[in-house]
Write a protein that binds this ligand. Structure first.
Ligand SMILES: [Zn+2]
Length: 441
Protein backbone atom coordinates (compact mmCIF):
# COMPACT_ATOMS: atom_id res chain seq x y z
CA UNK A 1 0.00 0.00 0.00
CA UNK A 2 1.05 3.58 -0.64
CA UNK A 3 0.13 6.55 1.47
CA UNK A 4 0.31 10.13 0.13
CA UNK A 5 0.73 12.46 3.07
CA UNK A 6 0.61 16.16 3.95
CA UNK A 7 -1.12 17.32 0.77
CA UNK A 8 -4.34 19.19 0.16
CA UNK A 9 -6.58 16.66 -1.59
CA UNK A 10 -9.57 17.39 -3.87
CA UNK A 11 -12.56 15.71 -2.25
CA UNK A 12 -16.28 16.56 -2.25
CA UNK A 13 -15.75 19.72 -4.26
CA UNK A 14 -12.95 21.26 -2.22
CA UNK A 15 -9.33 20.94 -1.13
CA UNK A 16 -9.00 19.22 2.23
CA UNK A 17 -6.03 18.02 4.31
CA UNK A 18 -6.32 14.26 3.75
CA UNK A 19 -4.08 11.26 3.21
CA UNK A 20 -4.65 9.16 0.10
CA UNK A 21 -4.27 5.42 0.61
CA UNK A 22 -3.59 3.48 -2.59
CA UNK A 23 -3.71 -0.28 -2.87
CA UNK A 24 -2.55 -1.66 -6.22
CA UNK A 25 -4.19 0.30 -9.02
CA UNK A 26 -6.94 1.84 -6.93
CA UNK A 27 -7.65 4.34 -4.20
CA UNK A 28 -8.50 2.44 -1.04
CA UNK A 29 -9.51 5.42 1.06
CA UNK A 30 -9.09 9.12 1.75
CA UNK A 31 -8.51 9.50 5.46
CA UNK A 32 -7.86 12.20 8.01
CA UNK A 33 -4.12 12.73 8.60
CA UNK A 34 -2.68 10.32 11.15
CA UNK A 35 -5.69 7.99 11.15
CA UNK A 36 -3.85 4.85 9.96
CA UNK A 37 -0.92 2.97 11.48
CA UNK A 38 2.13 3.65 9.27
CA UNK A 39 3.31 0.04 9.75
CA UNK A 40 0.69 -1.21 7.33
CA UNK A 41 1.98 1.05 4.56
CA UNK A 42 4.81 -0.08 2.26
CA UNK A 43 5.57 3.36 0.92
CA UNK A 44 4.92 6.84 2.30
CA UNK A 45 4.98 9.63 -0.26
CA UNK A 46 5.40 12.98 1.42
CA UNK A 47 3.78 15.63 -0.74
CA UNK A 48 3.88 18.53 1.71
CA UNK A 49 2.54 21.81 0.41
CA UNK A 50 1.16 20.23 -2.75
CA UNK A 51 -2.31 19.64 -4.15
CA UNK A 52 -3.57 16.23 -5.27
CA UNK A 53 -6.19 16.53 -7.99
CA UNK A 54 -7.79 13.80 -10.13
CA UNK A 55 -5.66 13.10 -13.21
CA UNK A 56 -6.60 15.00 -16.34
CA UNK A 57 -8.74 13.32 -18.99
CA UNK A 58 -8.45 14.93 -22.41
CA UNK A 59 -11.36 14.19 -24.72
CA UNK A 60 -9.67 15.27 -27.92
CA UNK A 61 -6.06 14.61 -28.91
CA UNK A 62 -4.39 13.49 -32.13
CA UNK A 63 -1.42 11.39 -31.11
CA UNK A 64 -1.70 8.72 -33.79
CA UNK A 65 -1.93 11.25 -36.58
CA UNK A 66 0.06 14.07 -38.15
CA UNK A 67 3.60 14.45 -36.82
CA UNK A 68 2.82 12.83 -33.44
CA UNK A 69 2.95 9.18 -32.33
CA UNK A 70 1.65 7.30 -29.30
CA UNK A 71 4.81 7.04 -27.17
CA UNK A 72 6.08 10.64 -27.23
CA UNK A 73 2.51 11.95 -27.29
CA UNK A 74 1.59 9.98 -24.18
CA UNK A 75 4.81 11.10 -22.43
CA UNK A 76 3.77 14.69 -23.15
CA UNK A 77 0.40 13.90 -21.61
CA UNK A 78 2.01 12.53 -18.44
CA UNK A 79 4.27 15.58 -18.15
CA UNK A 80 1.16 17.72 -18.58
CA UNK A 81 -0.79 15.99 -15.79
CA UNK A 82 -3.07 14.08 -18.18
CA UNK A 83 -3.59 10.46 -17.16
CA UNK A 84 -6.04 9.44 -19.90
CA UNK A 85 -6.06 10.64 -23.51
CA UNK A 86 -8.91 10.09 -25.94
CA UNK A 87 -7.27 9.65 -29.31
CA UNK A 88 -9.00 10.92 -32.41
CA UNK A 89 -9.13 8.83 -35.56
CA UNK A 90 -7.93 10.14 -38.93
CA UNK A 91 -10.50 10.13 -41.81
CA UNK A 92 -12.23 6.72 -42.22
CA UNK A 93 -9.50 5.20 -40.02
CA UNK A 94 -11.71 3.88 -37.25
CA UNK A 95 -15.04 3.02 -38.88
CA UNK A 96 -14.89 -0.75 -38.31
CA UNK A 97 -14.33 -2.76 -35.14
CA UNK A 98 -11.24 -4.31 -36.73
CA UNK A 99 -9.74 -0.85 -37.19
CA UNK A 100 -10.62 0.04 -33.60
CA UNK A 101 -8.82 -3.07 -32.30
CA UNK A 102 -5.81 -2.48 -34.54
CA UNK A 103 -5.48 0.98 -33.13
CA UNK A 104 -5.93 -0.28 -29.58
CA UNK A 105 -3.05 -2.73 -30.08
CA UNK A 106 -0.72 0.01 -31.39
CA UNK A 107 -1.65 2.34 -28.53
CA UNK A 108 -1.34 -0.44 -25.96
CA UNK A 109 2.22 -1.16 -27.05
CA UNK A 110 3.35 2.45 -26.83
CA UNK A 111 1.34 4.62 -24.44
CA UNK A 112 2.57 5.43 -20.92
CA UNK A 113 -0.81 6.84 -19.85
CA UNK A 114 -4.22 5.24 -20.27
CA UNK A 115 -6.04 5.87 -23.51
CA UNK A 116 -9.51 5.75 -24.98
CA UNK A 117 -10.42 5.64 -28.65
CA UNK A 118 -12.79 7.71 -30.74
CA UNK A 119 -14.57 6.19 -33.72
CA UNK A 120 -14.70 7.84 -37.13
CA UNK A 121 -13.87 10.07 -38.72
CA UNK A 122 -17.19 10.02 -40.55
CA UNK A 123 -17.34 12.03 -43.74
CA UNK A 124 -19.91 10.04 -45.76
CA UNK A 125 -22.99 7.88 -45.11
CA UNK A 126 -21.21 4.55 -45.51
CA UNK A 127 -18.86 5.43 -42.63
CA UNK A 128 -21.82 5.00 -40.25
CA UNK A 129 -22.53 1.34 -40.99
CA UNK A 130 -20.71 -0.16 -37.99
CA UNK A 131 -21.55 2.43 -35.38
CA UNK A 132 -23.48 0.12 -33.03
CA UNK A 133 -20.60 -2.40 -33.02
CA UNK A 134 -18.05 0.36 -32.45
CA UNK A 135 -20.11 1.58 -29.53
CA UNK A 136 -20.28 -1.90 -27.98
CA UNK A 137 -16.57 -2.43 -28.57
CA UNK A 138 -15.76 0.52 -26.32
CA UNK A 139 -15.27 3.62 -28.45
CA UNK A 140 -15.85 6.79 -26.44
CA UNK A 141 -17.76 8.75 -29.08
CA UNK A 142 -17.64 9.19 -32.84
CA UNK A 143 -16.44 12.14 -34.83
CA UNK A 144 -17.84 13.88 -37.88
CA UNK A 145 -15.42 16.29 -39.58
CA UNK A 146 -17.39 18.76 -41.57
CA UNK A 147 -14.91 20.78 -43.64
CA UNK A 148 -13.56 17.68 -45.39
CA UNK A 149 -12.97 17.30 -49.13
CA UNK A 150 -15.68 16.94 -50.34
CA UNK A 151 -17.52 18.50 -47.39
CA UNK A 152 -19.91 16.47 -45.26
CA UNK A 153 -23.38 16.90 -46.75
CA UNK A 154 -26.41 17.94 -44.73
CA UNK A 155 -27.77 14.47 -45.46
CA UNK A 156 -24.71 12.77 -43.90
CA UNK A 157 -24.81 15.10 -40.89
CA UNK A 158 -28.51 14.30 -40.42
CA UNK A 159 -27.91 10.56 -40.77
CA UNK A 160 -25.05 10.87 -38.25
CA UNK A 161 -27.33 12.59 -35.73
CA UNK A 162 -29.95 9.89 -36.26
CA UNK A 163 -27.30 7.20 -35.77
CA UNK A 164 -26.20 8.87 -32.51
CA UNK A 165 -29.83 8.85 -31.34
CA UNK A 166 -30.23 5.18 -32.29
CA UNK A 167 -26.97 3.85 -30.84
CA UNK A 168 -26.55 6.28 -27.93
CA UNK A 169 -22.96 6.91 -29.07
CA UNK A 170 -22.26 10.64 -28.77
CA UNK A 171 -21.56 12.48 -32.02
CA UNK A 172 -18.55 14.82 -31.78
CA UNK A 173 -18.58 17.47 -34.48
CA UNK A 174 -15.82 19.60 -35.96
CA UNK A 175 -18.20 22.39 -36.89
CA UNK A 176 -17.13 24.49 -39.88
CA UNK A 177 -19.57 24.75 -42.77
CA UNK A 178 -17.58 24.79 -45.99
CA UNK A 179 -20.01 27.11 -47.78
CA UNK A 180 -18.86 29.98 -45.53
CA UNK A 181 -15.12 29.44 -46.01
CA UNK A 182 -13.25 31.91 -48.20
CA UNK A 183 -10.01 31.73 -50.15
CA UNK A 184 -6.92 32.88 -48.26
CA UNK A 185 -6.11 35.86 -50.47
CA UNK A 186 -4.44 38.84 -48.81
CA UNK A 187 -0.71 38.42 -49.26
CA UNK A 188 0.29 41.00 -46.63
CA UNK A 189 -2.15 40.47 -43.79
CA UNK A 190 -1.62 37.79 -41.11
CA UNK A 191 -5.36 38.07 -40.35
CA UNK A 192 -6.17 36.67 -43.79
CA UNK A 193 -6.18 33.21 -42.31
CA UNK A 194 -8.80 33.75 -39.55
CA UNK A 195 -10.84 35.89 -41.93
CA UNK A 196 -10.91 33.04 -44.43
CA UNK A 197 -12.71 30.88 -41.84
CA UNK A 198 -15.32 33.26 -40.39
CA UNK A 199 -17.16 32.72 -37.11
CA UNK A 200 -20.46 32.09 -38.84
CA UNK A 201 -19.01 28.96 -40.45
CA UNK A 202 -19.00 27.47 -36.94
CA UNK A 203 -22.08 29.00 -35.33
CA UNK A 204 -24.41 28.34 -38.27
CA UNK A 205 -23.75 24.61 -38.29
CA UNK A 206 -23.90 24.44 -34.48
CA UNK A 207 -27.40 25.94 -34.64
CA UNK A 208 -28.23 23.40 -37.35
CA UNK A 209 -26.97 20.34 -35.46
CA UNK A 210 -28.52 21.43 -32.14
CA UNK A 211 -31.87 21.55 -33.92
CA UNK A 212 -31.24 18.05 -35.34
CA UNK A 213 -30.38 16.81 -31.84
CA UNK A 214 -33.47 18.47 -30.39
CA UNK A 215 -35.64 16.67 -32.92
CA UNK A 216 -34.10 13.24 -32.34
CA UNK A 217 -32.84 13.25 -28.73
CA UNK A 218 -29.33 12.46 -30.02
CA UNK A 219 -26.34 13.07 -27.74
CA UNK A 220 -24.00 15.53 -29.47
CA UNK A 221 -20.71 17.17 -28.57
CA UNK A 222 -19.30 20.26 -30.24
CA UNK A 223 -15.52 19.95 -30.51
CA UNK A 224 -13.20 22.91 -29.81
CA UNK A 225 -15.72 25.76 -29.74
CA UNK A 226 -14.12 29.02 -30.79
CA UNK A 227 -16.86 31.66 -30.93
CA UNK A 228 -18.95 33.36 -28.28
CA UNK A 229 -22.04 32.79 -30.40
CA UNK A 230 -21.43 29.03 -30.35
CA UNK A 231 -21.36 29.13 -26.55
CA UNK A 232 -24.67 31.00 -26.55
CA UNK A 233 -26.22 28.40 -28.85
CA UNK A 234 -24.98 25.54 -26.66
CA UNK A 235 -26.39 27.34 -23.61
CA UNK A 236 -29.75 27.58 -25.41
CA UNK A 237 -29.65 23.87 -26.22
CA UNK A 238 -28.84 22.86 -22.64
CA UNK A 239 -31.59 25.15 -21.29
CA UNK A 240 -34.11 23.48 -23.62
CA UNK A 241 -33.27 19.89 -22.85
CA UNK A 242 -31.01 19.14 -25.81
CA UNK A 243 -28.27 16.63 -24.96
CA UNK A 244 -25.48 18.90 -26.19
CA UNK A 245 -22.04 19.19 -24.63
CA UNK A 246 -18.92 21.02 -25.78
CA UNK A 247 -15.23 21.48 -25.17
CA UNK A 248 -12.74 24.33 -25.43
CA UNK A 249 -8.98 24.18 -25.91
CA UNK A 250 -6.88 26.66 -23.90
CA UNK A 251 -5.77 28.49 -27.05
CA UNK A 252 -9.29 29.82 -27.69
CA UNK A 253 -9.39 31.23 -24.16
CA UNK A 254 -5.87 32.63 -23.94
CA UNK A 255 -5.20 33.87 -27.47
CA UNK A 256 -7.21 36.01 -29.85
CA UNK A 257 -6.62 36.77 -33.52
CA UNK A 258 -4.02 39.42 -32.66
CA UNK A 259 -1.77 36.42 -31.88
CA UNK A 260 -1.24 35.91 -35.62
CA UNK A 261 0.84 39.10 -35.69
CA UNK A 262 3.01 37.82 -32.81
CA UNK A 263 3.22 34.06 -33.19
CA UNK A 264 2.30 33.78 -36.86
CA UNK A 265 2.09 30.24 -38.12
CA UNK A 266 2.34 28.79 -34.60
CA UNK A 267 -1.09 30.25 -33.87
CA UNK A 268 -2.62 28.48 -36.89
CA UNK A 269 -5.35 26.04 -35.99
CA UNK A 270 -8.80 25.22 -37.32
CA UNK A 271 -11.20 26.67 -36.48
CA UNK A 272 -9.00 29.79 -36.13
CA UNK A 273 -8.43 32.12 -33.18
CA UNK A 274 -11.25 34.67 -32.86
CA UNK A 275 -11.74 38.13 -31.33
CA UNK A 276 -11.11 39.28 -27.78
CA UNK A 277 -14.89 39.49 -27.23
CA UNK A 278 -15.16 35.81 -28.15
CA UNK A 279 -12.50 34.88 -25.59
CA UNK A 280 -14.39 36.79 -22.88
CA UNK A 281 -17.64 34.97 -23.62
CA UNK A 282 -15.82 31.61 -23.67
CA UNK A 283 -14.24 32.27 -20.23
CA UNK A 284 -17.68 33.09 -18.86
CA UNK A 285 -19.17 29.96 -20.46
CA UNK A 286 -16.43 27.78 -18.98
CA UNK A 287 -16.96 29.24 -15.52
CA UNK A 288 -20.75 28.88 -15.87
CA UNK A 289 -20.61 25.23 -16.94
CA UNK A 290 -21.94 25.89 -20.45
CA UNK A 291 -18.59 24.59 -21.69
CA UNK A 292 -18.26 21.09 -20.27
CA UNK A 293 -14.65 20.19 -20.87
CA UNK A 294 -11.15 21.47 -21.49
CA UNK A 295 -9.67 19.47 -24.38
CA UNK A 296 -6.44 20.53 -26.05
CA UNK A 297 -6.92 19.17 -29.60
CA UNK A 298 -3.19 18.38 -29.68
CA UNK A 299 -2.26 18.24 -33.35
CA UNK A 300 0.19 19.38 -35.91
CA UNK A 301 1.27 18.36 -39.35
CA UNK A 302 4.90 19.45 -39.08
CA UNK A 303 7.44 21.56 -37.28
CA UNK A 304 6.15 25.12 -37.48
CA UNK A 305 8.50 28.13 -37.67
CA UNK A 306 7.80 31.28 -35.70
CA UNK A 307 6.89 33.55 -38.59
CA UNK A 308 4.00 35.95 -38.93
CA UNK A 309 4.46 36.37 -42.67
CA UNK A 310 1.10 35.59 -44.31
CA UNK A 311 2.89 33.30 -46.76
CA UNK A 312 4.31 31.27 -43.85
CA UNK A 313 0.89 31.09 -42.19
CA UNK A 314 -0.68 29.90 -45.41
CA UNK A 315 1.98 27.25 -46.00
CA UNK A 316 2.03 25.92 -42.43
CA UNK A 317 0.00 22.95 -41.30
CA UNK A 318 -2.73 23.77 -38.79
CA UNK A 319 -2.60 22.58 -35.20
CA UNK A 320 -1.28 23.52 -31.78
CA UNK A 321 0.68 21.17 -29.51
CA UNK A 322 -1.36 21.12 -26.33
CA UNK A 323 -0.68 18.07 -24.18
CA UNK A 324 2.15 19.37 -22.00
CA UNK A 325 0.68 22.81 -21.46
CA UNK A 326 -3.11 22.49 -21.47
CA UNK A 327 -3.57 21.90 -17.74
CA UNK A 328 -0.69 24.15 -16.60
CA UNK A 329 -2.14 27.03 -18.67
CA UNK A 330 -5.55 26.45 -17.07
CA UNK A 331 -4.07 26.09 -13.56
CA UNK A 332 -2.32 29.42 -14.07
CA UNK A 333 -5.77 30.87 -14.83
CA UNK A 334 -7.10 29.29 -11.62
CA UNK A 335 -4.28 30.75 -9.54
CA UNK A 336 -4.80 34.17 -11.15
CA UNK A 337 -8.54 34.15 -10.41
CA UNK A 338 -9.86 33.67 -13.95
CA UNK A 339 -11.28 30.18 -13.38
CA UNK A 340 -12.54 28.50 -10.22
CA UNK A 341 -10.65 25.42 -9.03
CA UNK A 342 -13.98 23.60 -8.90
CA UNK A 343 -14.62 24.26 -12.59
CA UNK A 344 -11.01 23.32 -13.41
CA UNK A 345 -11.47 19.87 -11.83
CA UNK A 346 -14.91 19.36 -13.34
CA UNK A 347 -13.84 20.40 -16.85
CA UNK A 348 -10.47 18.64 -16.88
CA UNK A 349 -11.44 15.36 -15.22
CA UNK A 350 -14.91 14.72 -13.79
CA UNK A 351 -17.01 15.67 -16.81
CA UNK A 352 -14.66 14.19 -19.44
CA UNK A 353 -14.81 10.91 -17.48
CA UNK A 354 -18.60 10.97 -17.73
CA UNK A 355 -18.62 11.94 -21.42
CA UNK A 356 -16.08 9.25 -22.33
CA UNK A 357 -17.95 6.55 -20.40
CA UNK A 358 -15.12 6.18 -17.89
CA UNK A 359 -16.65 7.48 -14.69
CA UNK A 360 -16.89 4.02 -13.10
CA UNK A 361 -13.10 4.04 -12.73
CA UNK A 362 -11.83 7.57 -13.39
CA UNK A 363 -12.49 11.27 -12.88
CA UNK A 364 -12.72 11.43 -9.08
CA UNK A 365 -10.58 10.81 -6.03
CA UNK A 366 -12.65 8.33 -4.07
CA UNK A 367 -12.51 4.78 -2.82
CA UNK A 368 -12.51 2.19 -5.62
CA UNK A 369 -11.49 4.56 -8.42
CA UNK A 370 -8.19 4.26 -10.25
CA UNK A 371 -5.36 6.05 -8.45
CA UNK A 372 -4.89 8.52 -11.33
CA UNK A 373 -3.37 11.51 -9.55
CA UNK A 374 -1.95 14.82 -10.68
CA UNK A 375 0.13 16.41 -7.95
CA UNK A 376 0.56 20.18 -8.24
CA UNK A 377 2.96 22.66 -6.72
CA UNK A 378 0.62 25.65 -6.67
CA UNK A 379 3.23 28.15 -5.46
CA UNK A 380 5.83 27.43 -8.12
CA UNK A 381 6.40 29.94 -10.93
CA UNK A 382 8.08 28.75 -14.10
CA UNK A 383 8.71 29.69 -17.71
CA UNK A 384 7.52 27.64 -20.70
CA UNK A 385 10.46 26.36 -22.71
CA UNK A 386 10.60 26.88 -26.49
CA UNK A 387 9.90 23.20 -27.05
CA UNK A 388 8.32 20.42 -25.07
CA UNK A 389 10.34 17.62 -23.53
CA UNK A 390 8.78 14.71 -25.39
CA UNK A 391 6.35 15.57 -28.07
CA UNK A 392 7.49 15.36 -31.66
CA UNK A 393 5.49 18.54 -32.06
CA UNK A 394 8.11 21.01 -30.97
CA UNK A 395 6.48 24.36 -31.31
CA UNK A 396 3.97 26.29 -29.27
CA UNK A 397 2.72 29.88 -29.24
CA UNK A 398 3.01 29.73 -25.43
CA UNK A 399 6.81 29.48 -25.48
CA UNK A 400 8.32 31.92 -22.96
CA UNK A 401 5.06 32.48 -21.04
CA UNK A 402 5.42 32.69 -17.27
CA UNK A 403 3.03 30.37 -15.48
CA UNK A 404 2.10 29.83 -11.86
CA UNK A 405 1.55 26.28 -10.61
CA UNK A 406 3.59 23.35 -11.86
CA UNK A 407 3.01 19.62 -12.09
CA UNK A 408 5.24 17.82 -9.59
CA UNK A 409 4.13 14.23 -10.25
CA UNK A 410 1.67 12.25 -12.35
CA UNK A 411 0.42 8.83 -11.23
CA UNK A 412 -1.57 6.41 -13.38
CA UNK A 413 -3.32 3.47 -11.69
CA UNK A 414 -1.16 3.69 -8.59
CA UNK A 415 2.21 3.97 -10.39
CA UNK A 416 4.30 7.07 -10.87
CA UNK A 417 4.62 7.89 -14.55
CA UNK A 418 6.11 11.40 -14.28
CA UNK A 419 8.29 12.57 -11.39
CA UNK A 420 8.51 16.21 -12.41
CA UNK A 421 11.62 15.63 -14.49
CA UNK A 422 11.51 12.23 -16.10
CA UNK A 423 9.13 9.54 -17.35
CA UNK A 424 9.22 6.61 -14.94
CA UNK A 425 7.35 3.91 -16.87
CA UNK A 426 8.22 2.06 -20.05
CA UNK A 427 6.28 2.28 -23.31
CA UNK A 428 3.14 0.19 -23.05
CA UNK A 429 2.30 0.82 -19.38
CA UNK A 430 -0.91 2.57 -20.42
CA UNK A 431 -4.07 0.52 -20.88
CA UNK A 432 -7.14 0.91 -23.05
CA UNK A 433 -9.81 2.60 -20.96
CA UNK A 434 -12.85 1.25 -22.74
CA UNK A 435 -15.98 3.31 -22.66
CA UNK A 436 -18.82 1.72 -20.70
CA UNK A 437 -22.19 2.51 -22.24
CA UNK A 438 -24.88 3.96 -20.07
CA UNK A 439 -22.20 6.04 -18.40
CA UNK A 440 -22.96 9.16 -20.42
CA UNK A 441 -24.70 11.97 -18.50
ZN1 LIG B 1 -9.04 17.69 -33.49
Amino acid sequence: MKRFENAQVWSDGKLRPLSVIVEGEKILALIEPGAVDHQSTDQIIDVSGKWILPGGIDLHVHISDGAETFFPGSCSAAAGGITTVLDMAPFHACITVEQLYEKAISADEACVVDFGLIAGIVVENSDLENLAELSHAGSAYFKVFQPSEPPVSTETLWKSVQAAAKTGLRLGLHAEETAFLLPFLEENDPLSFPHSRPAIAESSVVAHVIEMARATGAPIHICHISTGRTAELVAWGKAHGVDVTCEVPPHFLLLDESAFSIYGARAKTTPPLRTQVDTQILWQALNDGVIDAIACDHYTESLIPLSSKPQAIRAAGAGIAGLELSLPLMMDAVLNGKLSLNRFVEASSETPALLAGLSASKGRLSSGKHADLTIWEPELNWKVKPSGDFSRVETTPFSGWNLKGRIAQTWVRGEQVWDGEKIQKAAGYGLWAKSIKGDNP
